[in-house]
Design a protein. Structure first.
Length: 280
């Protein structure tokens, strides 16, 4: 069974990294925000400003914007933003590799141990980021907590899109028992090392709760708000998403069934026995 499916060549989706000039002189961030983008030139500037406002009070941060082969001015807009926002970084794909590939490239480039993601279309309000990140940034956080998944309330999508999502979520939940109401929400926070240890495949981002649980991590959920798309158009159609989703669901169920179920324990040599000297 082949899970990694893409129409793009590997060379086309190897990320090109553009760093701000001040990166080497700044301390490592506590949080990296990864945003996948495809033809979102009109949405990115207000989105970045909202992220900066939401994140400034809570942690040192960087914003990793991943241009997934956009055909509009997305990359030009980002380069302009970098001149005034040194915490912004740009990762580029020569052609589109899909949302999961863009997220994966962004996480690979990120410098912080904690990652948060949100969609680049403006429908995931950045005001939700502090709530999403709080469980992982808490010094007393459960060390088993690997993922905090946002679940949208008051969705601002078309009726057909909401119904398709509701059906897909119900089917996925029944097959995977992942305890998640809304895996399609782009707002998520997780441990970078845990994410990079997951098996990668296209559309992986829709199955993160099940995959984190598969690897033994605890998963938390928070309700988040949702906004209407103001510019551009959705990159997904309901029929196309359903067709690839059916194949992916079988693949993820197989990955869970075949997961490693035993943990190793390191065994140390016993300490040498010191003999007491015998009196003559």
């Amino acid at each position: 069974m082949t899970l990694h499916r893409t129409t793009a060549t590997l060379d086309a989706i190897v990320p090109m990294v553009t760093l701000p000039a001040s990166t080497s002189a700044t301390p490592a961030p506590d949080v990296s925000i990864v945003v996948p983008l495809k033809d979102e030139a009109q949405n990115i500037a207000p989105l970045v400003q909202k992220m900066r406002t939401a994140l400034a009070p809570i942690a040192r941060y960087e914003i990793v914007l991943v241009d997934d082969g956009s055909g509009d001015d997305t990359r030009t807009v980002i380069l302009g933003l970098m001149a005034e926002a040194p915490e912004v970084r740009l990762i580029g794909h020569a052609q589109s590799g899909g949302q999961s590939a863009a997220v994966h490239s962004g996480v690979l480039a990120a410098r912080a141990p904690i990652i948060a993601t949100l969609d680049g279309d403006g429908q995931n309000p950045p005001e939700n980021l502090p709530l999403l990140l709080a469980p992982l940034l808490n010094p007393a956080a459960d060390p088993r907590l690997g993922l905090v998944a946002g679940q949208r309330v008051g969705r601002r999508d078309t009726w057909s899109k909401r119904m398709a999502s509701r059906f897909a979520n119900a089917l996925r939940s029944a097959v995977l028992s992942d305890g998640t109401r809304d895996t399609g929400c782009g707002l998520k926070a997780f441990r970078r090392d845990a994410f990079l240890a997951l098996p990668f495949f296209n559309h992986q981002h829709r199955y993160l709760p099940a995959l984190f649980a598969r690897d033994g991590w605890a998963v938390a959920h928070v309700d988040v708000t949702h906004a209407a798309r103001l510019h551009g158009w959705s990159k997904y159609g309901n029929l196309g998403r359903a067709m690839v989703g059916a194949v992916d669901l079988v693949g993820v169920a197989w990955l869970i069934r075949r997961r490693k179920t035993i943990l190793p324990t390191e065994i140390h040599a016993p300490a040498p026995v010191t003999k007491e000297p015998v009196d003559a």
